[in-house]
Ligand binder design. Structure first.
Ligand SMILES: Nc1nc2c(ncn2[C@@H]2O[C@H](COP(=O)(O)OP(=O)(O)OP(=O)(O)O)[C@@H](O)[C@H]2O)c(=O)[nH]1
Ligand SMILES: [Mg+2]
Length: 347
């Protein structure tokens, strides 16, 4: 699962990336970098913590997301076309975006304007998507003139998209349309799930009075978080007390961005490993088994399932069985978030 960190120049993208991936600032080239840098991050999950305490496994594995630090979109005054297309090409394979918006005074750029910057970025996406659609529609028209029959709903779907975009709205306002299988190949930028990260100054906790269209927003003090991410746990604790920070904002950002991907987590347990697996919601048990191993999918017999909350209440698998909350489910059972699963299989 790839999350692209996007924004205008000097918004604090690299700062937020470093904080999320607990990197030090040294490796950051000034002015950003064109080749995106990936960083893998574990998704904090109290359920995994609890299971790990219960099973004391050799290994504990959390769900993971990959963040990519992308270069800033060029501002109005700069020469855009030069690298805009390359930048867009890096953005298209992302599953979702974190959009970092500057909300602190910058010595070069001056006062922040969150609303203006959000609009500017959103407009870039809308323009790029419209260009993609126009090109495709022209091609379809040409093919039709040459006598080729146009089949399927593609054209109607593209027109529906164009209508939204021409009204200066992002495609994610209509997730059903944005995620239509017929449109998948277009990788529309304004259709991807978006989390807005408002990057406040160190001494400012207030969210700006701006509404974001069909996107969630979170306030983060990026520089502070980056400094904190580099401390030891006990130092970070002291730091948090001094600055009045309850939970690391990073954990909230990570959890929230995981949610953005509309994936769920199921868990497997044992003496060797307690592990969180990431799957799309609504996946049948047999396919979920394939996430663990293709042999388990092929030889699938049954899934022994207990909801995490039930297991926690029971205190152990043995107790859970006695209480009758461990169920045997078949191939077509839809795996739920937090299911603790033991697959029975035969190969
Ligand atoms: N005061 C303050 N300064 C910040 C904050 N976040 C970043 N900065 C500063 O803003 C400048 C740009 O930060 P970067 O994280 O490099 O921004 P970027 O978006 O990656 O910039 P480019 O990659 O060049 O587009 C640096 O000097 C940071 O120290 C913040 O929360 N508060
Ligand atoms: Mg950068």
């Amino acid at each position: 699962m790839k999350l692209g960190i996007i924004g205008l120049g000097r918004a604090g993208k690299t700062t937020v990336f470093n904080a999320l991936t607990r990197r030090t600032g040294e490796s950051v080239p000034a002015g950003g970098r064109m080749v995106p840098v990936p960083g893998v991050v574990s998704v904090p999950d109290p359920r995994v913590d609890w299971l790990s305490r219960l099973y004391k496994p050799k290994k504990t594995t959390y769900a993971q997301v990959t963040y990519l630090d992308l270069q800033g979109l060029p501002g109005v005054a700069e020469n855009k076309q030069e690298y805009m297309s390359e930048l867009l090409a890096h953005m298209r394979p992302m599953d979702a975006f974190l959009m970092v918006i500057r909300n602190f005074h910058d010595p070069v750029l001056g006062k922040p304007d969150v609303s203006r910057d959000f609009r500017e970025l959103q407009d870039e996406f809308i323009i790029a998507d419209l260009a993609t659609i126009e090109k495709r529609l022209e091609k379809l028209e040409m093919e039709q003139k040459r006598g080729k029959k146009i089949i399927g709903p593609e054209r109607e779907l593209l027109h529906a998209c164009a209508e939204i975009l021409n009204a200066e709205k992002p495609l994610r306002m209509n997730p059903e349309l944005a995620e239509a299988p017929e449109l998948r190949g277009f990788t529309f930028l304004s259709g991807k799930p978006l989390l807005v990260i408002i990057n406040n100054a160190d001494d400012d906790e207030k969210p700006p009075e701006v509404s974001f269209e069909w996107a969630e927003a979170m306030v983060v003090r990026g520089k502070l978080e980056m400094e904190m991410a580099q401390l030891s746990d006990s130092e970070a604790e002291m730091f948090r007390t001094d600055f009045g920070i309850k939970e690391s904002a990073l954990n909230r950002v990570i959890r929230q961005s995981f949610r953005l991907l509309r994936r769920i987590t199921f868990l497997t347990v044992g003496e060797d490993e307690v592990k969180a697996w990431t799957i799309p919601s609504d996946l049948p048990a047999q396919e979920a088994a394939g996430a663990v191993h293709s042999d388990i999918q092929r030889g699938f017999i049954r899934a022994e399932v207990v909801a995490f909350e039930d297991l926690q209440k029971a205190g152990s698998h043995a107790e859970a069985r006695k209480m009758g909350v461990v169920r045997l489910e078949g191939k077509t059972y839809h795996v739920q978030d937090g299911d603790v699963i033991n697959f029975r299989f035969n190969i």
